[in-house]
Design a protein around this ligand. Structure first.
Ligand code: DLL
Length: 452
């Protein structure tokens, strides 16, 4: 099943949320960006002492911005800046102007805290509504929102966007999957919002419960918050009978709503009226030309509570500036292959979990439920791929399946990995962001680390 296909009739483009902004000319977009950038740089410099200190150390001042290219002269913002200023030290407004806080828990140390003014919440809802319509949702849809509600930005972010669109939103949150399937069926949901791994969990439980979501009104999914492969997309589309679109965002610059795939499904439109996107060399920080893969760096143009100048996302992607078939003019962020922090180096070869996912999902007899286990024995890093077999596969076929997957991983990813085939249901199911890596390399030192 091809992901470029569209089930939306009339075409999704007929439902543009803000057509004049989405198709703005490059000159008009650049002029708007420059005006907004100048204002936000001054405000951040004036009001956020840690960022001012970084600028002073580099000897740059907001007045040094004469054109958009001058942004490269300004210092980066890092996740550690947020941690160092925990909880509110990077806020550019008094705490009393902050209407909402969210936080993401990292694997180590303090959570990253982000805040929103009333104006920020309005723009956030607008951008999520823009993403929903760009992906193909419409105001008369029932939107089942299975992103987690709480400190995570996914649940409340999509909730506000769906309401802003004027759709009917079902605030399902993550978990209670059997009940969610009843709600999806009984409320006749048209659109599902979830992490891709949780969408797969929903598909699996629906099949087990004998509920056929494929032939119902569900037609579209907006999946993101974690890396996923095109193989996983095909699997979800086939099992739920929907079109699956990729949606990207991060708490530090907004939450969901930063970028989304349109009907052309060839990269995610990043909304340039509210953000500037750059890619940089992750090692040197040098700005890369459009089309080169590197670390995505994002500057917010309109955030009031927590402006972010040149935030290093750690996400690896490339920017595509050629015109998109859908007519939208905003840059396309090509599918995120993974986070630079998630890159595993096995005997000198760089590997992202999604590359392994891509190698195994369409092997006949394999299921898309997998985990990568990293160990160090005798100074050598080893990776074991634990993967569940398709429940229909007879266990006598497991050894052959293991060697087929090992062969595919070797030829597509370039590393030798041990493969352990497990029975259906052996690995934990995701309720939000899936845990793909169990890193036991420091385990002997009492430093076992599960990354999500
Ligand atoms: O995950 C915001 C979000 C919610 C996006 C719902 C989409 C849907 P954080 O918890 O701060 O925010 O995590 C952000 O998740 O830097 C990426 O590494 C990863 N990520 C988010 N979307 C995608 C995606 C939300 N579509 C981090 N593909 C980001 C790959 C993604 N990775």
């Amino acid at each position: 099943m091809s992901h470029a296909r569209t089930l939306i009739d009339p075409p999704a483009s007929a439902y543009r949320f803000q057509p004049e902004i989405e198709t703005m000319s490059r000159d008009a977009l650049s002029a708007l960006q420059f005006r907004r950038l100048r204002a936000i740089l001054s405000r951040t410099y004036d009001r956020v002492a840690p960022y001012r200190a970084k600028c002073d150390a580099l000897g740059v001042r907001p007045d040094d911005l004469r054109g958009l290219d001058d942004l490269a002269k300004f210092p980066f913002s890092l996740k550690t800046d947020l941690r160092d200023a925990y909880p509110f030290g990077l806020f550019a407004v008094p705490r009393t102007d902050v209407l909402r806080l969210h936080a993401s828990s990292g694997t180590t140390g303090l959570p990253t805290v982000v805040g929103y003014t009333s104006g920020d919440l309005g723009i956030w809802a607008e951008l999520v509504a823009r993403c929903l319509t760009t992906a193909g949702a419409r105001p008369d849809d029932v939107i089942h929102n299975a992103y987690g509600y709480g400190l995570f930005t996914g649940g409340l972010g999509f909730h506000a966007g769906a309401e802003r669109l004027g759709a009917t939103v079902v605030p399902a949150s993550g978990g209670g999957t059997e009940r969610q399937i009843v709600l999806l069926r009984d409320f006749a949901a048209n659109v599902l919002c979830a992490t891709p791994s949780y969408a797969l969990n929903i598909a699996e439980v629906a099949e087990r419960e004998g509920v056929d979501l494929r032939s119902g009104p569900l037609r579209l999914g907006l999946f993101g918050a974690e890396p996923w492969s095109d193989g996983m997309r095909a699997e979800i589309e086939a099992r739920l009978g929907i079109v699956a679109r990729d949606v990207y965002g991060l708490s530090e610059v907004l939450g969901p709503g930063v970028a989304v795939e349109c009907e052309a499904a060839n990269g995610l439109h990043g909304w340039e009226d509210h953000f500037i996107f750059e890619t940089v060399d992750p090692d040197t920080g040098a700005v890369l030309p459009a089309g080169s893969a590197g670390e995505l760096v994002i500057t917010t143009l309109t955030k009031e509570a927590l402006p972010m100048i040149r935030y290093r996302s750690r996400d690896i992607s490339r920017l595509e500036r050629t015109r998109c078939a859908c007519g939208r003019t905003h840059v396309r962020i090509m599918r995120i292959t993974g986070r630079s922090d998630d890159m595993i180096i096995i005997r000198g070869v760089n590997v992202y979990p999604t590359q392994v996912e891509a190698a195994l999902v369409d092997v006949p007899g394999a299921s898309p439920h997998y985990q990568l286990v990293l160990e160090n024995t005798g100074g050598m890093d080893r990776m074991t791929v634990e993967v569940e077999a398709d429940p229909r596969l007879d266990p006598v076929g497991y050894p052959a399946l293991a060697s087929e997957i090992a062969h595919r991983v070797k030829s597509l990813v370039g590393i030798s990995a041990a493969v352990v085939v497990l029975g259906a249901g052996a690995l934990p199911r995701s309720l939000g962001k899936a845990i793909r890596v169990r890193d036991l390399r420091g385990a002997a030192l009492g430093n076992s680390n599960v990354r999500n």
